[in-house]
Write a new protein. Structure first.
Length: 299
């Protein structure tokens, strides 16, 4: 019989997953981007271990091209909650020659994060990396298990995954392996927004309608920034926009919107026919772009 995912069941399932992670792994970490999904994970982790402190650090792989509002929010949240934050920078991977900076019309540092992430996992010997990926986001995400094993090269084999029958989560791994954990895998974008509304969770201001200098390319709305490639004929004008997803500025487009409150965002998402990742250009590089990146070690 299929589950009916009510809000209470979703929260309970996520809390169960968090507790299983701490019970089964020696050194977990929560991958934190400053976006709505990772912020939701922080709230769920608080509930899972209350009144104790969240028993693992947060890790942010910083491209150096993030939205300033997101970084400001990240630092504010960490300070208010007394969380342990580890930051590792893609720029360091570029400086050491481990990855090569991209240039041109579709250049982005988003794909370069993989090497920085894998280096951080090796540096701290993390055996479980918790993230906010959801199955409704993208086809490759839909194939993931909740406990998704990566080999000693950080790679994912989508054809050889463990079954998770009866919600039994198997955290046993071999030396060198680690697991990516997805506590909100069964949530939808609307579920996340409803939870944010019900829990009165603070999120970065860029998720709400605001004025921003933007330009059009390939039918998408891009922020004008020193980090974002812009042709001479791509005129920037002020538009009223918001962001449905938050990633590297070079790959995350805005949407025109007047939704200025969580309630208005929820109503907007209810009638949307386009996935939030429709505004992520990194997913459009090829039909299987996300799956290839995950096979290489991307989250």
């Amino acid at each position: 019989m299929n589950k009916t995912f009510t809000p209470n069941l979703l929260e309970s399932e996520s809390i169960y997953i968090f507790r299983e992670v701490v019970a089964q792994f020696n050194k977990p970490v929560l991958l934190f981007s400053g976006g709505k999904d990772s912020i939701t994970l922080v709230r769920l982790a608080q509930k899972a271990f209350y009144p104790a402190k969240i028993p693992f650090p947060l890790l942010h792989v910083d491209t150096g091209h993030n939205f300033p509002e997101t970084i400001e929010f990240r630092d504010k949240l960490v300070a208010e909650l007394g969380l342990d934050l580890i930051v590792r920078n893609v720029q360091d991977s570029i400086n050491t020659g481990k990855v090569k900076e991209e240039f041109g019309r579709y250049s982005s540092r988003n794909t370069l994060q993989t090497v920085t992430l894998l280096d951080a996992i090796e540096e701290f010997k993390f055996d479980a990396c918790i993230g906010g990926a959801r199955r409704d986001e993208e086809k490759a995400r839909a194939k993931e298990r909740i406990f998704s094993v990566r080999d000693d090269f950080g790679q994912w084999d989508e054809k050889n995954q463990r079954p998770e029958l009866f919600d039994i989560l198997n955290g046993k791994i071999d030396h060198g392996q680690n697991v990516r954990v997805f506590p909100i895998s069964n949530w939808t974008e609307l579920d996340v927004w409803k939870y944010i509304e019900d829990e009165n969770i603070e999120i970065p201001s860029i998720y709400f309608s605001h004025k921003r200098n933007t330009f059009l390319r390939d039918g998408l709305i891009w922020s004008q920034s020193e980090f974002v490639y812009q042709e001479n004929d791509e005129e920037a004008i002020e538009r009223i926009v918001r962001f449905r997803t938050v990633g590297d500025m070079t790959c995350t487009a805005a949407v025109e919107s007047f939704a200025a409150t969580i309630k208005e965002v929820v109503n907007e998402i209810r009638v949307s026919t386009i996935s939030e990742r429709g505004a992520r250009i990194d997913d459009k590089r090829s039909e299987a772009a996300m799956e290839k990146r995950k096979q290489q070690g991307y989250f």
